[in-house]
Design a protein around this ligand. Structure first.
Ligand SMILES: *Cc1c(COP(=O)(O)O)cnc(C)c1O
Length: 472
């Protein structure tokens, strides 16, 4: 597979496609009814025609890599292709309504919210679901606050949250931000929860155990029944990180495994593109005992129609109005279109694809068999170099260097949307990188619009506007 990314420049080597404002500006007179002191008489706007604008953005997109350019197997991220019909629905002129509209005039919107609460409850085996949190991490924060409220309401305030060492970083951050001491749990030799270590970690201070299953190595926690019993025996709650639900859809439910609280990432599992920091949604499900602590408002169905209500001992609001409504609308449409059999099919293919690809790559794959993702080891090679080199082969690399229990980890989640042909292309890219020498790896990427960038500076000193660029 040969790949060369487009590279549009302004003629020099180190400047890309010029900004629109650099193509020439024009003073435009503006009229407005607003008070004079708040307005300008003229605005300086780019002097460009429609085709120039269209080409500008097309060129920028050609210098980028996205899920519509090729496979995007970032593990623990579920970068699946999201169908266009859900985008069309969200863009429908009648889809967006003012959040202050009276309930009686927004019955259709409330119905969709209510049905989505029910769908997600069914999928996760939870008794009640709030749609309000705007992301997975926000869902965790909401869920852990519900756990706190529950314990405090029972006069049983607790101080610790137990989290396996392989967990997503947001779990640790959530527990710490909610004011808990984090107790980190080591994994056993086969990459799962170590029951003896768990026994030692659980005390009367344990508010919750946060767990994801299949875990971040893509392995199912076979002892989940026993784990749930142990946590409940000390009066703790079991929290399920349901960010990546692809492996379970239609097959197994966290509620049936003994989990009390969970969040869903609809922007990983249910049709909203994930990445780029765009809006998402992290609904939270709870068992019946925790229903009264859910955020305010919640949608209920009454004989008079759908309405909002405030749960009795609500932890309050966790987001403006009702959450990221258009993202929720897409999730509803996706679940309704796939139905039970479509969701089951998605999980079957997600698992099959991960296991097929794990078989094809020549890197060492220490654990398995897997569910939705697998973790290979780059061994003597630097996983970050391998990632950069894979871009040269026309595919997006996997997540690297995490989880840390696998040295130089290449954490790979192909998702259910990829065909065998694409999986073979991915495997070829892995295997070509494996055969490349260190010099080639360190020089990669060569065939992309941008060469290797200084990631540390990009993260520490971001310049996020064209004005900052002008200051140079
Ligand atoms: C992505 C992810 C999260 C966090 O979700 P955000 O929407 O990015 O905040 C939490 N846990 C796991 C396992 C994840 O993969």
């Amino acid at each position: 597979m040969k790949f060369d990314q487009a590279r549009w420049t302004d003629g020099s080597d180190d400047r890309y496609e010029p900004l629109l404002s650099e193509k020439g500006n024009r003073e435009v007179e503006v009229e407005s009814d607003l008070p004079d002191e708040l307005t300008r008489d003229t605005l300086e706007l780019p002097d460009v025609s429609e085709p120039e604008v269209a080409r500008h953005y097309t060129r920028l997109s050609e210098m980028n890599y996205g899920v519509e350019s090729g496979p995007f197997p970032l593990g623990s991220c579920t970068m699946k292709y999201n169908p266009k019909f859900t985008e069309d629905l969200a863009a429908h002129p009648k889809a967006g309504i003012h959040p202050d509209r009276p309930e009686s005039t927004a019955q259709g919107t409330l119905q969709v919210m209510y049905e989505l609460q029910e769908y997600l409850g069914d999928i996760g085996g939870m008794d009640a679901v709030t749609l309000q949190p705007p992301a997975g991490a926000a869902g965790e924060f909401t869920g852990i606050h519900i756990a706190r409220a529950y314990h405090e309401a029972n006069g049983d305030a607790r101080s610790e949250v137990v989290i396996p060492d392989s967990a997503h970083g947001t779990n640790f951050a959530t527990a710490a931000m909610a004011g808990y001491d984090v107790v980190s749990l080591p994994s056993n030799d086969d990459g799962r929860v170590d029951l003896e270590a768990l026994e030692a970690a659980l005390t009367e201070e344990t508010a919750a155990l946060m767990l994801t299953n299949p875990n971040t190595l893509g392995l199912f926690e076979r002892d989940i029944g026993e784990i749930a019993e142990m946590v409940h025996d000390v009066g703790g709650l079991l929290y399920y990180d349901g960010a990546n639900l692809n492996a379970l859809l239609g097959r197994a439910r966290p509620g049936d495994m003994g989990f009390d609280i969970m969040h869903y990432n609809v922007h990983k599992t249910f049709a909203t593109p994930h990445g780029g920091g765009g809006p998402g949604a992290g609904p939270v499900g709870v068992v019946a005992d925790l229903r009264e602590f859910l955020p305010d408002p919640h949608v209920e169905k009454t004989p008079e129609g759908y309405q909002f209500y405030t749960p009795e001992r609500s932890i309050g609001k966790v987001h403006g109005h009702y959450g990221n409504w258009l993202v929720l609308l897409k999730a509803h449409a996706y679940i309704a279109r796939l139905g039970d059999s479509g969701l089951e099919d998605a999980s079957a293919k997600a698992v099959l694809n991960a296991n097929y690809l794990a078989e094809q790559v020549e890197y060492e794959v220490p654990f398995g068999p897997f569910h939705h993702e697998f973790v290979a080891s780059a061994g003597e090679q630097d996983a970050a170099d391998v990632a950069k080199r894979m871009l040269d082969y026309g595919v997006h690399p996997p997540t690297t260097k995490w989880p840390e229990i696998v040295p130089e980890a290449l954490m790979t989640e192909p998702t259910e949307v990829e065909s065998k042909r694409t999986l073979d292309q991915l495997a070829a890219a892995f295997n070509a990188a494996r055969r490349d020498d260190t010099e080639t790896l360190e020089a990669a990427p060569e065939r992309t619009a941008a060469r290797r960038i200084d990631q540390a500076s990009a993260a520490r000193n971001p310049r996020l506007s064209w004005q900052a660029l002008g200051d140079e």
